[in-house]
Design a protein around this ligand. Structure first.
Ligand code: 0O2
Length: 221
């Protein structure tokens, strides 16, 4: 990023990067704790895996250009919400809302924006739950609220989004209509699969409860 900014902004940018790095560490720890707690209480892992990243310089510059702003550190801090980003991949759709709630409830987390692309998928079929939150970062003489974008989606939604992202870049955002229609069709199949998997899981849970209840009764008699 340094080479794209004015020379006298380098120090400011390095400080911003320190905060973005810190906020990724904070949120990753919070998620690990939630996942471990859930595992202990329910013997089940709602989070399949987590990835995090600092947005690349070229991607920040592109987004600032799209927003019609000058590339300055002040504008990046103000207008780019996803310089620090974490992606949480869950097993089932219901896990997504459970995790989002658990994050939003924490006292030091301020939810700035939510985009529920699961309840309202994008016209191209994209599904994911996005939150922009801010978390205080404690420095030696200062506390700075720092933004991080959290994307939460199922394995199936992530599979679709990763491939769509690649195809989008291959066609530089102008994919032929036929390809777009097919991707939309695939998004519907993905959504159907997620619902089906969720209902299978509910059934499995019922069998499991019956089985445990049954064997407990047998042991008691
Ligand atoms: P990259 O390369 O993944 O970083 P905002 O300023 O927050 O109101 P923004 O950031 O456009 O507007 O918000 P939105 O819609 O929440 O999108 C943020 C990110 O979600 C994108 O970042 C993508 O990572 C992902 N995303 C959104 N729409 C799509 C989509 O149609 N397909 C795929 N595959 N991913 C999507 P970037 O910066 O666009 O891209």
């Amino acid at each position: 990023m340094g080479e794209l900014l004015y020379y006298d902004e380098e120090e400011e940018w390095n400080r911003a990067l320190l905060l973005y790095d810190a906020v990724l560490k904070e949120i990753s720890t919070k998620l690990e704790i939630l996942n471990n707690e859930f595992k202990l209480a329910h013997q089940y892992n709602p989070i399949e895996h987590i990835t995090s990243r600092i947005k690349s310089a070229s991607s920040i510059a592109r987004k600032i250009r799209i927003k019609g702003k000058e590339l300055t550190v002040e504008n990046i801090l103000k207008y780019i919400n996803d310089v620090a980003g974490v992606r949480i991949i869950c097993s089932f759709t219901s896990d997504i809302y459970r995790i989002a709630d658990a994050i939003a409830k924490q006292d030091d987390v301020t939810v700035l924006k939510v985009k529920d692309y699961i309840a309202n998928p994008k016209p191209n079929g994209y599904m994911s739950y996005h939150m922009i939150v801010s978390i205080p970062i404690f420095l030696s003489n200062d506390v700075i609220d720092t933004k991080v974008e959290i994307q939460i989606r199922t394995i199936a939604m992530d599979f679709w989004a990763s491939l769509e992202h690649k195809i989008y870049y291959k066609f530089e955002g102008k994919a032929p209509d036929g390809i777009r229609d097919e991707l939309r069709e695939c998004a519907k199949i993905i959504s159907f699969l997620d619902q089906k998997m969720l209902s299978i899981n509910e059934n499995v849970k019922n069998y499991h409860d019956d089985f445990n209840g049954g064997s407990a009764m047998a042991a008691a008699t």
